[in-house]
Design a protein around this ligand. Structure first.
Ligand code: COI
Length: 356
């Protein structure tokens, strides 16, 4: 159990207006959590302090070799006033898998969850309540040793910041347009694709710019060797409904193991729909489209929740899915997930955890 020191802000910021659309990740709350690490000593000095800039040496290793990881989860205010976190234990476990891969120190799962609970409790007035909004929680760890040699840092900071957010995409639940990338790749097996590392996201930017210029909001990545097998979208995992069957790429070492992905697979199972986690090629998707059995495509992610895909562009082909509308399964999954997250439907899996 962490003994977290608390220093409250003397200058609380104005809360966003009730009608503010809360564009994703632009506004930050009054406080942040910080904890330091030193090789030989472990994690020390857990504290909640006013949200403020960091002071780091320009030689801090994170600036040079990108030794950094992050997580994303959300807190919700239920109608009965309870504050709920959605599966924070999954983020704690994934943090430690990422840390292992990036040679960073792990954090005990219970400390990770405790730090989030205490910070969210202190800034609870910032949790927005309008439909489709939540408090996005961004834990991250950075390498801080002032050193230019390539090795793992000896010191780190674990920080958590909070941001009241609306939908990740301006489209909201309306279908997004996705560009299937066959020139650049995001990750290969044996690399860091399954880690929640900032490096995976910088690797995605060039193709993202290309997709944006063509009027598409996100990139769907193909595998790094054959440029043929579907991997994931930059900020989401991806699901296809083909001829009544639900298919998603299996976790193969280069795909992020999403918490929403896992939840969707379990919800489908509850409803008697078996999700096929397997290799799926772009040719199979295109074939299904040509045969009129590509019924739904949707992305899953913490930030995006469920994001229906209305258009897929692959080379010169444009596949319009479900007439560009929201599919029944996508809508049902969105309603169920957000219902659980907001404490409005029975949480049979005990996914939500209350912040006292
Ligand atoms: C999330 O969904 O929380 C993510 O971490 C994706 C992020 C790049 C917005």
């Amino acid at each position: 159990m962490l003994d977290i020191k608390i220093e409250r802000t003397k200058a609380p910021k104005a809360l966003p207006d009730k009608d503010d659309p809360l564009l994703f990740g632009k506004i930050f709350t009054d406080h942040m959590f910080v904890m330091d690490y030193k090789l030989g000593e472990g994690w020390y000095d857990p504290r909640i302090i006013p949200y403020q800039p960091l002071s780091l040496e320009p030689s801090a290793m994170v600036f040079h070799y990108g030794q950094e990881m992050f997580e994303g989860l959300k807190a919700y205010k239920a109608r009965d006033g309870r504050i709920l976190l959605f599966r924070p234990d999954m983020n704690a476990k994934r943090t430690n898998r990422t840390c292992e891969r990036l040679c960073m120190p792990e954090i005990p799962e219970e400390d990770f969850v405790q730090a989030i609970k205490e910070l969210v409790g202190i800034d609870k007035t910032w949790i927005p309540t309008k439909e489709g909004t939540s408090l996005y929680i961004r834990p991250f760890i950075i390498a801080t040793s002032p050193f230019l040699g390539v090795r793992a840092s000896h010191t780190y900071k674990f920080i958590i910041i909070l941001s009241p957010v609306g939908a990740y995409y301006p489209e909201g639940l309306n279908p997004v347009k996705i560009w299937i990338e066959d020139e650049y790749v995001r990750a290969v097996k044996g690399g860091i694709g399954e880690a929640k590392a900032g490096g995976n996201y910088v690797a995605s930017l060039r193709a993202q710019v290309k997709a944006n210029e063509e009027g598409y909001s996100q990139v769907l990545w193909l595998d790094g060797i054959y440029r043929k097998y579907i991997e994931e979208v930059g900020a989401m995992n991806i699901f296809f409904k083909i001829g009544g069957r639900v298919v998603t790429p299996m976790l193969n070492g280069s795909i992020l193991p999403g918490v929403t992905r896992d939840s969707v697979i379990k919800l489908c199972k509850d409803w008697g729909i078996e999700v096929e986690e397997r290799i799926i090629s772009i040719d199979e998707v295109y074939e299904a489209y040509k045969n009129g059995i590509l019924e739904e495509v949707f992305g899953t992610g913490t930030a995006a929740v469920i994001s229906p895909v209305g258009h897929l562009r692959w080379k010169d082909e444009v596949m319009q899915v479900n007439d560009g509308g929201i599919g029944d399964l996508s809508q049902k999954l969105y309603d169920k997930l957000t219902g659980i997250q907001l404490g409005e439907v029975t949480d049979v899996h005990n996914w939500t955890i209350e912040v006292e």
